[in-house]
Design a protein around this ligand. Structure first.
Ligand SMILES: NC(=O)c1ccc[n+]([C@@H]2O[C@H](COP(=O)([O-])OP(=O)(O)OC[C@H]3O[C@@H](n4cnc5c(N)ncnc54)[C@H](OP(=O)(O)O)[C@@H]3O)[C@@H](O)[C@H]2O)c1
Length: 104
């Protein structure tokens, strides 16, 4: 949902935007598949294990997506000098901080 809407909005705003999704692009794979992503200034992670009710039963799949997948993207961005925008959820952060959270 977010990824498609964000891609459409970015293109409409005149940005060059490349959207990637399963099965061609899997954020849990810390390998050449990630490295094949085209260079960019910003990488927006809209991928997530979003089946909230299944998260406790499928812990391994849940953790593979977040935080492990987010970590893979953070490492890729660090190596390329581009900025990662990591989307979270109000299930975790309530949005009342009023400032970005510090990076790791
Ligand atoms: N929708 C909301 O109201 C809402 C509210 C607050 C925060 N958010 C946050 O926004 C983000 C996106 O949520 P959404 O609502 O857009 O959910 P969504 O429609 O379920 O999109 C998540 C996408 O991530 C993909 N994905 C899952 N594992 C992946 C992997 N290993 N590699 C690559 N892609 C993977 C899913 O593919 P499959 O479908 O093939 O599994 C799906 O296309 C999440 O972080 C969510 O917490 C959403």
């Amino acid at each position: 949902m977010l990824g498609r809407d964000l891609e459409a909005a970015a293109v409409a705003a005149g940005h060059v935007c490349f959207g990637a999704d399963l099965p061609e692009f899997d954020i849990t794979r810390d390998d050449a598949q990630l490295a094949a992503l085209p260079p960019c200034d910003w990488l927006v992670n809209c991928a997530a294990f979003t089946q909230v009710d299944a998260a406790e039963q499928r812990r391994e799949a849940c953790f593979a997506g977040q935080p492990d997948g987010a970590r893979n993207l953070a490492r890729l961005c660090r190596s390329r000098g581009c900025t990662l925008l990591q989307v979270s959820t109000d299930y975790v952060f309530d949005g009342r901080k009023g400032a970005p959270l510090p990076g790791g």
